[in-house]
Design a protein around this ligand. Sequence first.
Ligand code: SF4
Length: 331
Amino acid sequence: MSILHVVSVSGGKDSLATLLIAIARFGRHRVIAIFCDTGNEHDEVHTYLDYLEQALGIAIIRLRASFDDEIAAKRRFIANDRRTRREYKTEPVFDESGTPVPARDGRGRIVTRTVKRGGVIVEEAVQKTRKVGGGRRVRWTNKAKRRALAILQPTGNPFLDLCLWKGRFPSRKAQFCTEQLKRNPAVEFQLDLVDAGHTIVSWQGVRRDESQNRRDALKFERVAPRMYIFRPIVDWTAMETVAYSTARGMRHNSLYSQGCDRVGCMPCINAGKDELRQIAARWPEHFARISEWEDLVSQASKRGFPPSSIRSCTSRAQAIGACTRLTRWLP
Ligand code: SF4
């Protein structure tokens, strides 16, 4: 079977340059453009994808993650939850001289763990801890069960369904959205092509100077039998990607000229302070939407969030930042 080149398009400048390179090298007939729709993008992203299809004469396949099964499983779990275990806060234990007391296993041996200190891997003792307070029961209360089961249904929006399933919003420290909404649908799509007998080269518009996490990104790698990743612009700068597409007569996503540093979710959990200020000023409807989602996810979570005050309070930052922590710096 044939080699297919799958390009992940986001509507941003890097994926545009990547798509143009792929088409220039292999032609439209061997390039498949995909877009992972999170359900949380600005309308401009969809408008821009339509423009790309028309300008390049290609079809961009829209992929949407589904969490129907996960939500159904969570509903069953909540309805049948009869756990009796309690959850305790703990504190470290010190002896009379203030020295940490090591934890011991059932046979009296000191428990150790392997850690990296100053680039050197060492084995160190684990400190003993003790329970504090009476603890909190793990199982869902009947009140929380009723509240969650009344809300917990698939909505068809991938981002919202993901949050309903997890009972929380993603954050910078728990960035599960990328994996669930973008990576998994793209990988599943490509695995289906591999199963159909094709060899897949996955083109990614990744640049090393984008972030610390990407500084070691390889240009080409084999990830599985008949599956490869190619990052043609890995050593380019942002200016070079823009110049490449501009020189070929392509228009860029209008979100850039409206103050956005990146194109993706609106807002993205990685958006900086200035970008958030721009979003709040230009598109307050997105904050209203996030606030409504926050209310829904709060009701579907075990302990709930502080009630959203966006409609009665002037502090939008306080209202939305309660769970997303996105807008705490807003004016
Ligand atoms: S990292 Fe940002 S753009 Fe990516 S899925 Fe999460 S919120 Fe959306």
